[in-house]
Each structure stands twice: as C-alpha cells, then as structure tokens.
Design a protein around this ligand. Structure first.
Ligand code: PEP
Ligand code: MG
Length: 580
C-alpha cells in the first residue's frame, strides 16, 4: 500500500513499524528483577514529585483567575498524592509483586475506583474522577506523555503515530527510531523541525497511516523526499528502494565535501550561516558544519522536556549550550510556549484559539516569576560566552519595553543575590507578527537586532494555521505580501544600523534562499541539517540574478506562476541539488 503525505525531512528509511497511539495509553505489565525494584520506585516517586509541583503551579496561577475559594480541587489532588491507599499501596505492589510502576499504579487505582464506584454517596463517587485525573497525570509523567519504547527489542523502528508532540518526538529520537510517519502535521510543525535537524526522514499529513498499519511486523518504507510511505512493499519495490537508499548515502557524502568551503555567492558576496537548535545535542552538529553560531536557541524545549524547571536547572542546561558553542554568538530566545507549543505539562488556561492567545512573550509577561527565573538563568549563562536574548511574538513597542523591564528586575535580583552574571547582553526581537513587521521603522532603535521568523510571519500574514494540512497549500513564502514585509524589515534594520537574520524554515530551504539573497538578506539561521545544501545553492548563484528573480516574483499575481518561476530558476542553477 502506498500513502502520500508531506515529506518534511529528507532521506529514505526501511524498517519495521513501531505503532504509537497516544489516544489510548496502553500500560503493559512486566515482571522486574530485584535490582530493578529501586529504579521503578524512583520512577514512581519522581512522577509523584513532578505531579505535585505541577499542581501547585497550576493552583498558584489559577488563584487570580478563579479565586482562592475555588482552588480547593487542587488541594484534593495534592492530598491524593499523599494518600497511602493510592501512593503507599502502589509502592508496596511494586515491591511485593515485582512489577513495573505503571502497571502497579493501574492496578491500585482500579481497585480504589471500584470501591468508590460502589458507594451510595454521590460526593464520594465523584472523587473517582479525581483519582482518574491524577493517575492519568502520573502515567504521563512516568511514560513521557503516554508511551515507552519497548527497550528489549533494540531493533531499529519507524514510528507510526496519529500526531506527535515536540517532546514525544525528542524522546523518540533518543531511542531506536529511524523515521517518522504521522496522520497529522505540516512542514513547519515542530515534529518536522526536529526530525529535519537530526537528519531523520519523516512524512507527515498522511491522514490514514494509523488506520493502515496493522502490525509491528510490517515492513515500512519512508521516502522523505517524495512524501511517500509504503506499507508492506513487494520484493521489487523493496529492492528499488534499497538501491535508492544506497544512492542517497552517496549524495550525502558529496554534500559532506562542502563542510570546509567558504560560504560565498558566485560573485563573492559572503553569507553568514547560523544554526537553529532545540536541544544541546544539535550544537555538535552545528559545530561540525562550521556554522557561525546559534541564530536561534528554542528554549521551550527545555520546558517541554523537563517540565517547570528551576532557575538553577535552566542555568546548567544553558551554560552547557553556551560552552558547547565556544566563543561564537548564541541567540537565546525566551520561552515560546502556548499555541501549538502547548505540551501537556504546561499549566495553561482553557483557550478557544490558543495560536492567537496566551503564547510566547504574552505567556511570559503574564507569569512573571516564571519569566524572571528564565532571564536570570540566561544572564548567568552569559558569563560563559557571547549570549544574546531574544523575545518571541512581539507585537509592538510596549511589549518590548515591558520585557526589558523584566530584564532590569532580573539584574537587580541577581545583584542582590550576589550571583555571577553578565549585564550587557544584547536584546533582540523576533519579527514574526505582521503588526511588528509593519512598524519596524519604530522598533529599530528599541532593540539590538531583528530575527525574522517566517514560519509565523507567513502563518499570521496569510491567516492560516501552520500545522493544518488542509490549508497547507496556502502557505507560500513567495506571496507578494510576505515579500513586501521581508523587504521592509531589512530596510528598517539597515536604517537603524542593526542586523536582521532570517530564522524561519524559509532560510534553510534551498529553493527560497535565492529569494532571501535577492531581497538583500545576508544572515540566515537554519536547522544544522540544512547547512550543507544551503552552502551549495549559495555558491551557485550571483546576487544580481537573485535580485532579478525577486523583482519578477513581486510582479506575479498568481501563486502558481510565482512557484513556476522559482522552479525554473532553481533548475537552471542547481537541479542536482535535489535528490530524486
Ligand atoms: C518562526 O516563527 O519562523 C520561528 C523561527 O519560530 P518558531 O518556528 O519556533 O515559531
Ligand atoms: Mg515563531
């Protein structure tokens, strides 16, 4: 069976399916050896602790919204987390029956819920739901959002899922997963970004892959180039793809030869390539490809991976990132949480339209204690390298000033605490809302640099959800409105004497790099996995041809015509750049 989706990360992988259905959290029972009892107990206790912190945090932030008198439910949850019939009993079952923590909790909670179910008192019966809620949370904390890889097989597998959150993707990458195939998703969803960064083939937006893969014995081919997934291929197809896989490896070897060459256009204009990273491991890839530094460090992944981390823990992670990056610049973006970056760990009010809601800087400014501890961690890490701070989703000057005042408060606190930190850290903003792009002439003296987030800029300019596959066809970087905004941002950056870097996916896509060069951009920040291909296209083109291309794209009324023009340009200069 052949399924067509959106190829979001290049490469070809052949392997057996690993089916993930997080709509149903499947808890397997397995026996554990004596020396594993302590590990299972610790896993359970850690989950209880994390759950407690989580609930305390939600309680705290909910007081202002719903009033102190209504927050008693959180106290009920906290009491349940200390309850011997639930917590103590689970620990005893792990110890006495020598079974895994998840299953022990499932067993104990089921017994408890059965007892509650049988009572006459409606109030007590209702408490059954509280137990269920807490047990679900504990399960998620223990199983990393609801699933664990079967560690016993050690076999390389292809993850098949309805959808994956960024934290699930990141945790899968640490296991034996060699490719992804999902029902939902788009080119710029974070699952895709991570897969690309780590060089793992992925196809998303397949709509029905989870209905069609029936067993984990089935062989799956993932063709990330063409957005194709083949389930249970016949001998001929399998052989054909094994050949393709070999060719692909050769192609990658060719690209590797570009690692040490200069990044200049054919007419000698130097282009600076930086990296976008989500996890510290990617900084090694970035260094291997000789990037000029980190143009975007997405700190939300620290949160998604670790939950509500303390200032000290954040400091340790960031210090490690800064040290790995050496003396090159590293732009640390403050949490861009909320919207589609809402993990199940994030305390967040119910919102009808989260992408337009309490996301990024709006979330940080609302929960200032949370924000200030992040800024303090960044300023402390800045002692170890060339750190810059960047604020996401800024819509106007007011927000910039408010965010800067939090930096001032963080400085005062650090001084009072006598901690070592750096004061003179440059501060920049993401230009990713049309509102800010249209007023960059008013902003260019307020900040030290601009970074253009085309993923969101396109989303909010065209008015489409960047993760919605039904409107993905409208996601066009060559839309004249987008080109117009990109031109204005750079012009205002130049007038203000500050740098502008493009850090959205567009900057790492070889097809759109000539467009950005033609618009005048010289700083591009991209996933490390895109660097070599970017270098190749940059070395093939000259600036006046790119400028001509932009002029002709701006005149196109129809998106289809613009795409055709761009395609012709690419074929003329670098048809061999794309693996077929
Ligand atoms: C962007 O919006 O282009 C961007 C780089 O930020 P993110 O993808 O993290 O939203
Ligand atoms: Mg963004």
């Amino acid at each position: 069976m052949i399924l067509k989706g959106i190829g979001v990360s290049d490469g070809i992988a052949i392997g057996k399916a690993f089916f993930i259905d997080r709509r149903i959290v499947k808890i397997k029972k397995y026996k554990i050896s004596d020396d594993r009892i302590a590990i299972e107990l610790k896993k359970f206790k850690d989950a209880v602790k994390k759950c407690e912190e989580y609930i305390k945090h939600i309680k705290e932030i909910s007081v202002s919204d719903i009033g102190e008198e209504h927050t008693f439910i959180f106290d009920v949850y906290l009491l349940l987390l200390k309850d011997d019939m639930l917590i103590g009993e689970t620990e005893r079952v792990i110890r006495n029956e020598k079974i895994n923590a998840e299953y022990a909790l499932k067993k104990v909670s089921k017994n408890l819920m059965d007892i509650f179910e049988r009572t006459e008192d409606p109030y007590i019966r209702e408490r059954k739901n509280d137990i269920k809620h807490i047990v679900d949370k504990l399960m998620r904390f223990m199983t990393n959002d609801g699933f664990v890889f079967n560690e016993t097989t050690g076999e390389k597998r292809i993850a098949i899922a309805h959808d994956l959150s960024p934290s699930e993707t990141a945790s899968l990458l640490r296991q034996n997963i060699i490719a992804f195939a999902t029902d939902l998703g788009s080119k710029t969803s974070h699952t895709s970004i991570i897969a690309r960064a780590m060089g793992i083939p992925a196809v998303v937006g397949l709509e029905k892959i989870t209905d069609n893969v029936v067993s984990s014995d089935e062989t799956i081919i993932v063709d990330g180039f063409n957005g194709v997934v083949i389930i249970d291929p016949n001998e001929d197809v399998l052989r054909e793809y094994e050949e393709k896989e070999k060719k692909y490896i050769k192609y990658v070897e060719e690209l590797q030869k570009l690692i040490d060459v200069e990044v200049k256009t054919s007419d000698g204009v130097e282009i600076n390539i930086f990296s976008n990273v989500e996890i510290n491991d990617e900084i090694e890839v970035s260094n291997n490809y000789n990037s000029k530094g980190i143009g975007l460090y997405r700190t939300e992944f620290i949160y998604l991976e670790n939950g509500n981390v303390s200032e000290d823990d954040q400091f340790e992670i960031l210090k490690d990132a800064v040290m790995k990056n050496g003396d090159k610049p590293i732009v640390i973006r403050t949490f861009d949480l909320g919207g589609e970056k809402l993990s199940s760990l994030l305390p967040h009010p119910e919102e009808q339209n989260p992408v337009m809601g309490l996301r990024a800087i709006r979330y940080s400014l609302r929960f200032q204690d949370f924000f200030i501890s992040q800024i303090k961690a960044i300023l402390r890490a800045a002692v170890y390298g060339d750190v810059r701070i960047m604020f996401p989703m800024i819509s106007g000057v007011e927000e910039i000033r408010l965010a800067k005042s939090v930096v001032k408060d963080a400085i005062k606190e650090l001084e009072a605490e006598g901690k070592e930190f750096r004061k003179d850290v440059p501060i920049g903003v993401m230009v990713e809302l049309p509102a800010l792009a249209l007023i960059t002439h008013l902003v260019n003296k307020e900040v030290d640099f601009f970074s253009v987030g085309t993923n969101d800029l396109i989303q909010y300019t065209v008015g489409i959800d960047r993760n919605n596959e039904y409107v993905a066809y409208l996601y066009r970087p060559t839309h004249p409105a987008v080109l117009h905004l990109l031109k204005k941002i750079l012009k205002d950056a130049n007038k203000g004497g500050i740098e502008a870097t493009v850090c959205g996916e567009m900057a790492g896509d070889p097809k759109y790099i000539p467009v950005l060069l033609g618009l005048g951009y010289r700083n591009l920040s991209m996933s490390p996995a895109s660097i070599l291909k970017a270098k190749m296209i940059i070395r093939r083109v000259n600036i006046s041809d790119c400028e001509k291309l932009v002029r002709s794209l701006k005149r196109c009324k129809l998106a289809r015509i613009a795409e055709e023009k761009l395609q012709k340009f690419i074929e003329k200069h670098a048809s061999d750049l794309f693996f077929h």
